[in-house]
Design a protein around this ligand. Sequence first.
Ligand SMILES: NC(=O)CCC(=O)C(=O)O
Length: 288
Amino acid sequence: MSVLKSKVKVALIQFASGLPEKTVNFQNCKKFVAQAMKTQPATELVVLPECFNSTYANSEFRKNAEIIEYSSPSVKFLSDLAREHKITLVGGSIPELEPATNNVYNTCLIFDKTGQLIGRHRKVHLFDIDIPGGITFKESDTFSGGDTTTTVDTPFGKLGVGVCYDLRFPELATVSGRKGAFAMVYPSAFNTTTGPLHWHLLARARSVDNELYTILCCPARNPDLAYQAYGHSLVVDPQGTVVVEAGEGEEIVYAELDPARIEAMRSKIPVTVQTRFDVYHDVSSDAK
Ligand SMILES: NC(=O)CCC(=O)C(=O)O
């Protein structure tokens, strides 16, 4: 039996998220998801962008952070959306407040088609970069990093989850791949400096490394926002081929994931069973 139990239709909602008002982001998101379900009614898996409910800026993260409970506005919104359309929903990410520590995380929530929360991934690798003349961002000014990998059981099989910058760290995907994931999904918000450099390369690399699908969903570009999102939401197949890709503006990306494509790659170039963890196990040990 394949790691992907059956063909599954997906929709990536590249909308102009990140506006200051949560309720406006909710309304726009809802409209786009309804459109996706109308255009591709058999859609079973829907993905939203990173920080879909509020503005992607250090000045905004803590203000917008929510405790993860069904009564919180974004959790309720996502749960209701999944239930209404009977979809597995990878709910982008939202700033999460952990009340016990007062820490804020960049967190992806995953819901099943009944609206039940089935997974949570706290972005592990924080986006701290400095490219003079390009982009400087320091997520760690506000966010704390998560400390677990995330592989969620869905009706289609296991789904590995990362958030945006996590894409750059192959180990996260490798762990989910070894656990039997059929895809890695990354709600993202790359930008106009690093997107052209590495977006496709990284997505294709994660697919080829692990012979699974890689799914990236980014906000549409909005010239009015300080952070210029890259757009270009895409799906890469297990061979490393970009099967579908958005432009920069608002757009829904549709794809069908096929178990046969995973099996074909894994039988022709069987790296997933040839990996020599006995030789390079120090990657995950304390060895320096
Ligand atoms: N929000 C992010 O994590 C952005 C990551 C990014 O742009 C990158 O180049 O990596």
